[in-house]
Design a protein around this ligand. Structure first.
Ligand code: PEP
Ligand code: MN
Length: 358
């Protein structure tokens, strides 16, 4: 349920509404980014809906009370019709510009990190990526440089001016990653790690939430809801492929997620064609397709010598490939702005369970 206060509503009137919500054992949550006071009601509203509605109907200063039909509330476009724009160090994500997050899979050493950072910055990357704590399928694979990796990312930020994004794998790492990084990344394997989601939600920095490789879009948005309800409104969603029966690619890139998410949520949507495909030569066409589908940006892995990479070399682009792709992406992005909206069709209704209906 969303309560929109009138323009002239007083602080006391808004507080009385919050009190009324608390009196029903629910939690009031102020929405950000709007001129009026907008209060979302969090909790199990259904059993007390009628009673709460009748109480609210006699209170002054309320313009409208609207139920939210989706299970995700703060993440829902119903509760926040305007797009969320995430701002970090002058970079804006979700404002219609093209976000390009690029860098190595893992921070391997100082030289390769700085070399890569400068190359991607020169080619137009807007955010620098690099893994310091690496979630690896095998315990025998390179696990990342940890704190030293974070220090190298900070050095790379100084050298390029680009904001940095890096993965945090467990609640115990949240403080140290928050201290160094500009955006906290939650990886696919942790998308439903609820204690981690709550911890990053309380950390005070924007969070990029990658889609769990076995997660539905609704489960993914519920995970975003954890981060938001813990206090962080700036959540970025990243589609990175899901596991299907197909084995020619590492994962299957679900590009329908892009327009679906724009319909369901106000949060920015990024696509990672590197982990989605696992193959360097498939990265460019999928990145272009993602931008053509309306993604707010992409995240892509780049390495000075992909064949020598300590992780994900097969899917990492060379500097030359990245520069060429970035130029192509900007071209598509400029074109797509005027082409993406179908002039004859407005967004249709979106319901879950489509597969079982046909
Ligand atoms: C990454 O981006 O470094 C990563 C490990 O990706 P994912 O969590 O999508 O596998
Ligand atoms: Mn990787």
């Amino acid at each position: 349920m969303i309560i929109v206060m009138t323009m002239g509503a007083t602080d006391e009137q808004a507080e009385a509404v919050r009190e009324q919500i608390r009196a029903h054992d629910l939690t009031p949550h102020d929405n950000y980014g709007t001129q009026r006071v907008v209060i979302a009601v969090l909790g199990d509203v259904a059993p007390v809906r009628d009673h709460l509605m009748s109480k609210l109907s006699s209170m002054p200063g309320i313009e409208s009370v609207t139920p939210i039909s989706r299970p995700f509330k703060l993440a829902s476009r119903e509760s926040h019709p305007e797009d969320t724009i995430v701002e970090v160090l002058g970079a804006r994500i979700g404002n219609g510009s093209l976000t390009i997050m690029a860098g190595p899979c893992s921070v391997e050493d100082r030289e390769m990190m700085l070399e890569t950072a400068k190359a991607v910055a020169a080619a137009g990357a807007t955010i620098l990526r690099g893994g310091a704590f690496k979630p690896r399928t095998s315990p025998y694979s390179f696990q990342g440089l940890g704190l030293e990796g974070l220090h190298l990312l900070v050095e790379a930020r100084k050298a390029t001016g680009l904001p940095i994004i890096t993965e945090v794998m467990e609640p115990g790492q949240v403080d140290v990653v928050t201290e160094h990084a500009d955006i906290l990344q939650v990886g696919t394997r942790n998308m439903q790690n609820y204690s981690l989601l709550t911890a990053v939600g309380k950390a005070g920095k924007p969070v990029m939430l990658k889609r769990g490789y076995g997660a539905t879009i609704e489960e993914w948005l519920m995970a975003a809801e954890y981060v938001m309800s813990a206090g962080q409104p700036n959540v970025i969603l990243c589609e990175r492929g899901i596991r299907t029966f197909e084995t020619y690619t590492r994962n299957t890139l679900d590009l329908t997620a892009v327009p679906l998410l724009h319909h369901l949520t106000h949060l920015p949507v990024i696509v990672d064609p590197s982990h989605a495909t696992g193959k360097r030569w498939l990265v460019r066409p999928m990145a272009l397709a993602a931008v053509a589908a309306g993604a707010d940006g992409i995240m892509v892995e780049v390495h000075p010598r992909p064949d020598e990479a300590k992780s994900d070399g097969e899917q990492s682009l060379t500097f030359e490939q990245f520069a060429s792709m970035a130029a192509a992406l900007r071209h598509i992005h400029d074109e797509v702005k005027t082409l993406i909206k179908d002039p004859f069709i407005t967004d249709g209704p979106v319901t879950v369970g489509e597969a079982s209906k046909h």
